[in-house]
Design a protein around this ligand. Structure first.
Ligand code: G3H
Ligand code: ZN
Length: 284
């Protein structure tokens, strides 16, 4: 059934677990994540990023409507989340499109402008009943940019600033920069667990890990036990799908029916999603 992101994150946080939030781009992504969650018998978040909306000719409704239908029919709780929103015009479509939550991303701005912009976005989103995530410090690797150097300004989230930021914006969850980076194709990120502990102790809101595809299983499990309650995963699904399709087409050079290779691509994504949810739900 359709669930609310805030509920799933709160339930996970109460058990010191994390809910997986997978980025969907195509209908196959959405179907695979729901199938993978059903196999794992785990709640899940389907999230659509502003970049994915841009890819879909700037239209949010076709994929959102499909995700909503899948969520309603799912055997496990499935919530819809709008991810990495920068444009107010998109933010304003979230509630009507069936999303229970948004991540508003002004993390590229200097601290005070991030705070002001996030507060305005959060005020509006809360008036629509949406649960709001925002980012402080910068998780690098967005929009094809290289990962930030660990010592670059903003590459890490400062606990004191984070305290003030969450209190003054009123956000419901904070995406923290602790060493992960977006769009990594190798699982080699080393997280700053000492910083995560300080953030977890300093803040009352649940913490969100972005760029989780580049984080190895043991580091992910440690981050969850250290206070991460929502784990965003995108690239790992794309790697699974693309590798499966590449192998299938190499073996079947005459294949033309799109269903033949999309079936193996979708299956590979479902298997990957199930496996990662196992990591997040495991006892440590
Ligand atoms: O918001 C989306 C995530 O941070 C996904 O990052 O594609 O590196 O797994 P990833
Ligand atoms: Zn992200």
């Amino acid at each position: 059934p359709l669930a609310q992101t805030g509920t799933l994150v709160a339930e996970a946080a109460a058990k010191r677990r994390a809910v997986a939030a997978f980025n969907i781009i195509t209908l196959e992504h959405a179907e695979a994540v729901v199938a993978g969650a059903e196999a794992a018998e785990s709640p899940v978040v389907l999230q659509i990023s502003e970049n994915a909306v841009t890819y879909r000719y700037g239209r949010i409704l076709p994929l959102a409507r499909a995700a909503l239908a899948l969520a309603e029919a799912a055997k496990v709780p499935v919530a819809l989340h709008l991810d990495h929103v920068k444009q107010d015009a998109l933010l304003r479509q979230a509630a009507d499109a069936g999303f229970s939550s948004v991540m508003y991303d002004a993390s590229h701005l200097p601290y005070h402008r991030n705070l002001t912009a996030t507060r305005a976005a959060a005020d509006w989103a809360h008036s629509q009943g949406l649960w709001v995530e925002a980012e402080l410090g910068q998780v690098g690797g967005k929009d094809g940019k290289p990962p930030l150097d660990a010592h670059a300004p903003g590459a890490r989230t400062g606990p004191e600033e984070a305290c003030q930021f969450t209190a003054e914006t009123g956000i419901d969850a904070l995406a923290v920069a602790i060493g992960s980076s977006h769009a990594m194709t190798s699982r080699t990120a080393a997280l700053d667990h000492a910083l995560l502990t300080r953030l977890d102790e300093a803040l009352r809101v649940p913490l969100v890990l972005h760029g989780s595809s580049g984080v190895p299983d043991d580091e992910l499990a440690r981050a969850v036990s250290g206070g991460i309650a929502k784990v965003n995963i995108g690239t790992a699904l794309n790697i699974a799908m693309t590798n499966a399709i590449r192998a299938y087409l190499a073996d079947h050079p005459k294949a033309v029916d799109t269903r033949s290779y999309l079936t193996v691509g979708r299956q590979a994504m479902a298997t990957t999603a199930t496996r990662l949810m196992g990591v997040l739900n495991a006892d440590v």
